[in-house]
Design a protein around this ligand. Structure first.
Ligand code: NI
Ligand code: MN
Length: 228
C-alpha cells in the first residue's frame, strides 16, 4: 500500500492511495498558487472541510465531471445535492466512517463554514484519515485547540497544518499544534495565497525542525509530492 500526498497550494491537497484519487478542498480556478485547471483533475473522492469559497470553488464542477463521491458535513452535502451533485456522503465532526479508501473522521475545527451563496454550511471540520497503515490529520482552517492532543494520541504520520495567520492559526500557534499532535511529518498550508496570509514556509519548517519534538517539517511548493 502506497500513499502519495501532493500539495496544490493554499489548502488544496491530493492523495493517491494505491490508485484511488482523493481531492481535498478543491480550489483551482481562482487559486493564485496553481496553474492546474480544475477540468484536468482526477477524483474518485472529494473531501470538503467547510463551506468557504477557497475550499469549495471547484467542487461542483469536478464532482459532476468525474462522478466522484463528495464527503463533507451534512449541511454541505445537502447544499451540493441542490447544485445537482448526486454522489455525496454526509458526516459530522466527531463521527467516522469506513469508506472504500479508508476510515475518515471529521474532527473539531474552530472557524466558519458559510457557503459562497450565503447558505448555512454547518460546522467546519478537520479530516483524520486512517488508510494503508498510516494516519493523516489535516487540521484544515482552524484556530489552535487543546483537543488536538487527543488526535495526536492516535499516532499521526502526516500533519497538515495552516500557518497563514489572519484566517487560521499563524506560525506561533501552528508550532504549538505540532507539539500537541507530535506527528512524524508536518506540512504547512493556507499561506502565501494573498497578502494577509503571507508567511515564510521554510522559516516555519526550520522552527519545527529545531524544536524539541520528533516531528520533521517540510514546506512543499505547490505541485510537490511526498510518498508516505
Ligand atoms: Ni475558511
Ligand atoms: Mn480557507
Amino acid at each position: 500500500m502506497a500513499i502519495k500526498y501532493t500539495f496544490m497550494g493554499h489548502a488544496t491537497h491530493l492523495l493517491d492511495i494505491d490508485g484511488t484519487k482523493i481531492v481535498i478542498d478543491p480550489f483551482f480556478t481562482s487559486n493564485p498558487l496553481t496553474n492546474v485547471a480544475a477540468d484536468s483533475v482526477e477524483a474518485d473522492f472529494i473531501l470538503v472541510s467547510h463551506g468557504h469559497f477557497d475550499h469549495v470553488e471547484d467542487v461542483v464542477a469536478i464532482a459532476k465531471r468525474t462522478g466522484a463521491k463528495v464527503i463533507s458535513n451534512l449541511e454541505i452535502t445537502n447544499w451540493l445535492q441542490k447544485q445537482g451533485v448526486k454522489n455525496v456522503h454526509g458526516q459530522q465532526h466527531g463521527g467516522g466512517f469506513q469508506h472504500e479508501f479508508g476510515y475518515l473522521k471529521l474532527t473539531i475545527a474552530h472557524h466558519g463554514s458559510g457557503l459562497p451563496d450565503g447558505s448555512y454550511g454547518g460546522n467546519p471540520a478537520g479530516l483524520l484519515i486512517t488508510t494503508a497503515g498510516k494516519k493523516l490529520y489535516f487540521a484544515c482552517d482552524t484556530a489552535l485547540f487543546l483537543e488536538m492532543q487527543l488526535y495526536g494520541e492516535e499516532g499521526i504520520d502526516l500533519f497538515v497544518v495552516p500557518i497563514g495567520d489572519n484566517f487560521t492559526m499563524g506560525p506561533d500557534d501552528a508550532l504549538k499544534a505540532v507539539r500537541l499532535v507530535n506527528p512524524k511529518l508536518v506540512v504547512p498550508c493556507h499561506y502565501n495565497t494573498w497578502p494577509p496570509i503571507a508567511q515564510d514556509g521554510d522559516a516555519f519548517a526550520a522552527r519545527v525542525n529545531e524544536d524539541d519534538t520528533e516531528a520533521w517539517c517540510q514546506a512543499l511548493k505547490p505541485g510537490e509530492s511526498l510518498e508516505l
